[in-house]
Design a protein around this ligand. Structure first.
Ligand code: SF4
Length: 342
């Protein structure tokens, strides 16, 4: 099995005071932990970040990563150069603090010859909660200061695409920026400002409440839309556009625990106590029947193998996202094992 173009997620905090209604991690926000870097954690992260097969390092959290910006900047400092980072945030800081954050981030990535994309949440859930909205401010900052190491994009989990589209266009207009939206596919728009364009990604809403307006994708439609985007069947792992092979998707949690993204019933180590390297993880993917099946076989085909159709359908209807689905299947004895071909 070929594995190339890995994605490394580092969740640097569980702390968040934003309070989005849909948040899957709300129970952790008050008492949760933030990542600190031990000596071994630095060695592990440096090895993971600097491996040539890593396509992106995505910093996020089970909370708001701006609450641990110091560690984000330390992580950027571990790069030997030529890397692509991403920081996923609500952008809730007051604008002067946000500008300082951008300045420091830009300086570190430029010194290391890296780049960093700032992906700002732009959906109704976040917009309602955040006083200092970062969307217009950030593109205005980009226009004024031209930070060469930074780029910006947007993400939304709105079932109603028009909310995000109208919000972005009108918010940018308040900053004197004329923008238009060009729809690309079910999961992607492009925001165009003059000669420049910015991606808008749509994600599926996990656990939609019964009162959620119609229009969100169910799990199967979401998988179909993702397959259209990458031009291949949906499997676990980091999906790369066909004809490229897929890579591994690795998540490091704020306490240092390591998992393959979405397969959280198998903890693979901890960056503070174990040696964590892509080579060992690749062996795990190739040699562990469940992971191998999830990484190599289309998920919808694997789901067809499950016996307890009613139970599975009820889990599919609520989880509504392939990664949460596996998490929830693992709660039920023996269900996940049925995914593995004999
Ligand atoms: S900002 Fe992110 S972590 Fe915080 S409540 Fe909203 S979705 Fe959850």
């Amino acid at each position: 099995m070929e594995l190339q173009g890995h994605l490394l997620y580092i969740d640097i905090t569980q702390i968040c005071g934003v309070g989005c209604t849909f948040c899957m991690y709300a129970d952790k926000h008050k008492t949760g932990v933030s990542m600190k870097l031990s000596t071994l954690a630095r060695d592990n992260l440096a090895a993971l970040i600097n491996a040539p097969d890593v396509k992106r390092i995505s910093i996020s959290g089970e909370g708001e990563p701006l609450n641990n910006a110091k560690v984000f900047h330390e992580i950027l400092g571990l790069s030997n150069g030529g890397k692509s980072f991403e920081f996923i945030t609500s952008g809730f800081f007051p604008h002067d603090k946000m500008a300082e954050f951008y300045e420091t981030t830009n300086q570190i990535v430029l010194d290391n010859n890296d780049i960093c994309n700032i992906r700002l949440s732009a959906d109704s859930h976040h917009i309602e909660q955040v006083k200092w909205r970062a969307h217009g401010f950030s593109l205005n900052y980009l226009k004024e200061f031209r930070p060469a190491g930074l780029s910006f994009s947007f993400r939304s989990i709105d079932t109603d695409r028009e909310f995000t589209r109208n919000y972005l266009v009108s918010e940018l207009a308040r900053w004197g920026i004329l923008a238009v939206i060009e729809p690309r596919s079910t999961l992607e728009d492009i925001l165009i400002i003059g000669e420049e364009s910015y991606g808008v990604d749509y994600k599926n809403l996990v656990h939609p409440a019964p009162s959620t307006p119609r229009g969100y994708l169910n799990l199967y439609d979401y998988i179909k839309a993702t397959e259209y985007k990458v031009n291949k069947r949906f499997t676990f792992g980091s999906l790369n556009q066909a004809p490229l092979a897929n890579g591994m998707d690795l998540t490091v949690k704020p306490n240092g625990d390591v998992y393959l993204y979405g397969i959280e019933n198998q903890r693979l180590g901890n960056i503070h106590f174990d040696s964590v390297r892509w080579e060992h993880l690749a062996s795990h993917v190739r040699e562990t029947p469940l992971v191998r099946a999830l990484y190599t076989q289309p998920l919808t085909e694997l789901l067809d193998r499950l016996d307890n159709v009613e139970l599975v359908q009820s889990i599919v209807a609520k989880a509504n996202n392939p990664y949460w689905l596996v998490k929830e299947l693992s709660i039920h004895d023996g269900l996940l094992e049925q995914l593995v071909p004999a």
